[in-house]
Write a protein that binds this ligand. Sequence first.
Ligand SMILES: NC(=O)c1ccc[n+]([C@@H]2O[C@H](COP(=O)([O-])OP(=O)(O)OC[C@H]3O[C@@H](n4cnc5c(N)ncnc54)[C@H](O)[C@@H]3O)[C@@H](O)[C@H]2O)c1
Length: 314
Amino acid sequence: MTTVLVTGGAGFIGSHLADRLLAEGFRVISVDDLSTGRIANLAEARGHGKEFTFFNMDVRAAGVQQLFERHRPEIVFHLAAQSGVRPSLSDPTNDASINVMGTLNVLECAARAGTRKIVYAASGGTIYGDPKRLPAKEASAQGSFPMSPYGISKKVVLDYLGFFQRYRGLDYTALALGNVFGPRQDPLGEAGVVAIFAQRMLAGEAPTIYGDGNQTRDYIFIDDVVHAFVQAIERGSGKLVNIGTGLETSVNHLFRLLADIAGFEGEPHQGPLPQGELRRIALDISKAPGAIAWKPWTHLEDGLAETVAYLKGI
Ligand SMILES: NC(=O)c1ccc[n+]([C@@H]2O[C@H](COP(=O)([O-])OP(=O)(O)OC[C@H]3O[C@@H](n4cnc5c(N)ncnc54)[C@H](O)[C@@H]3O)[C@@H](O)[C@H]2O)c1
């Protein structure tokens, strides 16, 4: 049985990935310091008994090395991160400490323990800065200017991955994710507009649209994202691959779609556009089919309906 490690395994994406990997027959080790992740996200994974082990641990901790030596994971899915743009603007040092130094600790431990490959959660919404052309291609990461410390830390890791591949024999694939949404995304967090809007609407409260609402994002459903991580286990060596739909959806359009699904009849509040917010983004996804045999599958409306149904049930 192949052992794999998921860092950030109690988070939104990491917990879904752990569930899928367990269903595929992998032995899964999950590391998370529960700073934004939740034990409740692990309910399904825990049902797999001894095939699943959880460590409440910071990826920067010395104990990570012992964990690697003991379990020798063949593949590491590195998702643990300070995952918000706004916290990175108010505390860039903390962002770099977790997203750069924490990642380096994971890469160093992995290289020493003979891990074959890292699959890294990069950020398609931030590493390209404000792209000149949309949809943004992976190559536009070269010479881009990310608009937040979060985008910078997510981008610099790409260079470290290249270094570890060339000089330390550690293979990688980096997935530049669009705006991921779906069940288990924290509706009380600062990111995740779908979860935040849907939860507000279900409570009969008006969500706030920041700016004029014409800003666009590339929304991608959680199941499609998890599938991309699994496809990257054996594919996409040394590549950065966009994972999105290629479609731009405005916040105003998203509001209307969710209002229809959730049965919300009110109008949104308006707020000022915060610093570090990108105006428009969509990801060019023409590389993914050849690189990792992946393309998006879930229609936006279907994913939104599933997310609303989940939020109704909790
Ligand atoms: N959700 C998105 O739209 C999106 C888009 C692009 C990239 N990503 C990336 O995907 C990954 C997962 O994001 P998510 O949306 O599931 O966010 P999340 O906040 O739910 O998951 C991150 C997890 O990492 C854990 N963590 C944070 N600091 C840690 C530390 N020092 N040590 C150990 N664990 C730590 C948190 O507790 C959390 O469980 C992140 O790397 C994020 O940057 C997410």
